[in-house]
Unconditional design. Structure first.
Length: 255
C-alpha cells in the first residue's frame, strides 16, 4: 500500500514538474519595457520555469511587485501546460491623496503608491476618493466619473495624446490641460467623438497658447472654437477620422 502511494506521489510530481514546464512565455500589455526584459526578470526566480508555480505567484500582486519592482502589476494565464501569457498592468492615471501619488490601471486597481509624480500618465484632479489601498479598487464615490476617466485615457493614449492633467471641476466640466493648451470638453456627452476631433485638430495648435472650447462639439456640428491668450478667437472644423481641418478666423468689426 505504501509503495502504491509512493508511486502515485512520484507520478504526480513527474506530471507537475515535467508536464507543466514553461517553454513559451507570451508578454502583452507592455509599453515601457521590452518583452525580453520582463521575461528575464520573471525567470530570475527559477521556480517560475514551472507553469503552475508561475500562476500561483502571479495571483499575488504583492509578490509580483516584490520580485519585479519595475512592473506595476501583471496577471498570468495558462494557455497550455507549456505556454503562459503574462499581461502587464498599465497605469492610466494618478491622483494626489493624503500626500501620496496613487496610480491606477484601466480596471480601477491601484497598482502603485509613490511620493513621486509621473510625466507618462495624466494627473487626475477633482475626484472625491476615500482611503486608498495598494492592489485594491480605487475608492471613487462617483463610479460614472471613473468610467469617464477610462474612456478619456484609452482614447488619448491610442492617439498619442497625453495631457498633464485631467481636471474635473464638476461632473459637467471636464478640462484637459496640456503644456500650452487647455481643452474644455464640457460634460461627457459625445466624448469619443470629441476625442476623435481633438486628435485631428491638436496638430494645428502647435506653438500656440490658449483654450480650445469643445463643450458643444458633436459629430453633426463639427466645429470648435480656439481662443488665444490675447483674446482672439478662431473656429476650427474637423472631419471625423481625418487629419485635415478647415479654419476660419473671426474678425471683430467696428461700428
Amino acid at each position: 500500500m505504501i509503495l502504491i502511494l509512493l508511486a502515485v506521489l512520484v507520478l504526480g510530481l513527474v506530471v507537475i514538474f515535467g508536464l507543466f514546464r514553461v517553454r513559451k512565455l507570451v508578454i502583452s500589455g507592455n509599453k515601457q519595457y521590452k518583452a525580453e526584459e520582463i521575461q528575464e526578470a520573471i525567470m530570475q526566480d527559477g521556480l517560475c520555469k514551472n507553469s503552475l508555480y508561475l500562476l500561483w505567484k502571479f495571483s499575488n500582486q504583492a509578490k509580483v511587485k516584490e520580485s519585479i519592482p519595475f512592473l506595476n502589476g501583471a496577471e498570468a494565464k495558462l494557455r497550455t501546460p507549456f505556454e503562459v501569457q503574462v499581461t502587464v498592468k498599465q497605469q492610466i492615471g494618478y491622483l494626489l491623496n493624503q500626500g501620496s501619488y496613487i496610480y491606477f490601471d484601466k480596471d480601477g486597481m491601484i497598482v502603485e503608491i509613490s511620493d513621486q509624480p509621473s510625466e507618462d500618465v495624466p494627473l487626475i484632479t477633482g475626484l472625491d476618493v476615500e482611503k486608498a489601498e495598494l492592489y485594491e479598487k480605487l475608492p471613487v464615490k462617483d463610479e460614472g466619473m471613473y468610467n469617464t476617466i477610462v474612456t478619456l485615457t484609452k482614447t488619448l493614449n491610442k492617439d498619442g495624446l497625453v495631457p498633464n492633467e485631467i481636471r474635473f471641476n464638476t461632473r459637467d466640466t471636464i478640462t484637459l490641460v496640456f503644456e500650452d493648451i487647455k481643452v474644455n470638453l464640457g460634460d461627457d456627452t459625445d466624448l469619443e467623438d470629441k476625442m476623435s476631433a481633438l486628435n485631428s485638430i491638436y496638430a494645428q495648435l502647435d506653438g500656440r497658447h490658449g483654450t480650445l472650447y469643445m463643450e458643444s462639439y458633436s459629430e453633426n456640428s463639427g466645429q470648435v472654437t480656439f481662443k488665444n491668450e490675447s483674446g482672439g478667437t478662431e473656429d476650427l472644423a474637423s472631419t471625423d477620422g481625418s487629419s485635415e481641418s478647415e479654419t476660419s478666423t473671426q474678425e471683430t468689426q467696428e461700428g
